[in-house]
Design a protein around this ligand. Structure first.
Ligand code: TXA
Ligand code: MG
Length: 360
């Protein structure tokens, strides 16, 4: 463990338009990574915990700082499409098609590695995960760090991913050299992962770039069965998908069904648990908020609007962390299905709930 490192914070006022002074600071942070240190930084999806992807010691530090199992590989972040050729081989045409359409952006590709990225970063796999983020601060940092930055989400392993620098400090203060504070991230859920190492492109993790969007350029693309049904008997191809994830400290249960019936059922559960003397938190949509009077249900969090589920994606991890702060023992959430991002949201919510779903 690296507790005890003096964590330095660099604040970027407007991450969409970094100033010359900001870029100077980012270069300094890049040098920290080049020298084998760790720097947490914003991306358009979630905050990343960055180290030199080509330096096995840096990757070792990342695993230690997060408390992450070392068979769970890291994504290599680049800031130039051509750099895929420096770390991957047998690159299929599909990779260039996806890069052209979605990079820079919230999409990660799995390609066959050429041996340049060490096993300490790839979890010993022969493949390598690569992403070119659109966030300007992230791209500047990656260039300053030498072009290849390994970065998992900047949270303690098992906790919700971080979407603000304050969350990163909460989990990693004293375990990372630098945190670049670029404010609240744009999207709030991690990148879509597409495996291009088999004949048909498979989505291993749903995200902001949806299956339908990918199908517009790669019509054969499909979901890896393991992400749709945890009981499918298929081992997930993304090793990280098998671990308990995003979990708040309270026991989370999802209640699924017709809107008003769900609201009534959640209210009943909340009253029952409170009568038993337990602390209860409710996670609801703006549309259902009126059903829950705060004076009766105490910890009620509006996660976003169902009619614009980008707001739910954006707030989900932050709200799960707020329940930890409130110290509730039970959390009941609506399910948020039907919108553009429902696959990505549901995937995170199910993991956070350990697949505990009540259908009403
Ligand atoms: O949006 C994101 O992707 C964020 C930001 C920081 O870029 N990063 C992120 O990293 O979510 P992480 O480590 O939390 O999740 C990476 C996922 C894990 O589930 C891991 O198992 C999978 O990617 N992965 C990495 N390399 C892989 C590989 N070669 N084959 C299959 N899955 C891989
Ligand atoms: Mg993660």
């Amino acid at each position: 463990m690296q507790d005890g490192i003096q964590t330095r914070c660099i604040v970027i006022e407007d991450p969409h338009e970094p100033t010359a002074a900001d870029l100077d600071n980012i270069r300094t942070a890049g040098q920290v990574i080049k020298d084998g240190g760790l720097c947490a930084f914003p991306t358009e999806t979630v905050y990343g915990l960055g180290g030199d992807a080509l330096n096995p010691e840096s990757s070792g530090k990342i695993y230690a700082a997060k408390g992450r199992p070392s068979d769970n590989p890291l994504i290599v972040h680049i800031a130039d499409i051509k750099d895929i050729e420096k770390i991957a081989e047998d690159i299929p045409g599909a990779a260039y098609i996806l890069a052209e359409k979605f990079w820079p952006g919230p999409l990660t590709m799995i390609l066959k590695g050429n041996g340049t990225v060490p096993p300490a970063t790839t979890g010993g796999l022969s493949t390598v995960a690569i992403r070119y983020p659109s966030d300007k601060v992230a791209a500047a940092l990656i260039r300053a760090a030498g072009g290849f930055v390994a970065a998992p989400s900047a949270n303690t392993s098992g906790r919700p991913s971080t979407t603000t620098a304050a969350h990163v400090l909460e989990d990693l203060s004293g375990r990372v050299d630098v945190i670049i504070d670029g404010g609240d991230v744009d999207i709030g859920l991690e990148s879509t992962i597409v495996d291009l190492t088999e004949s048909t492109p498979a989505i291993l993790r749903p995200g902001y770039i949806t299956l339908d969007m990918i199908k517009t350029v790669l019509p054969d693309a499909y979901y890896d069965p393991a992400i749709i049904d945890p009981d499918s008997g298929e081992a997930p191809k993304a090793p990280g998908m098998k671990y308990r994830h995003y979990a708040p400290k309270g026991k989370l249960t999802i209640v699924k069904g017709e809107k008003e019936a769900v609201a009534r059922y959640i209210a009943g559960l909340a009253v029952q648990k409170r009568q038993e003397g337990a602390g209860v938190g409710l996670m609801v949509s703006a549309e259902n908020r009126e059903f829950f009077d705060e004076s009766i249900f105490s910890v009620v969090k509006t996660v976003g609007e169902e009619r614009d589920d980008g707001t739910i994606a954006h707030n989900l991890f932050a709200v799960l962390r707020e329940f930890d702060e409130a110290g509730v023992e039970f959390i009941f959430s609506e399910s948020f299905d039907g919108g553009r991002l429902s696959d990505a949201i549901t995937n995170r919510l199910l993991k956070a709930a350990g697949y505990d779903v009540i259908e009403v």
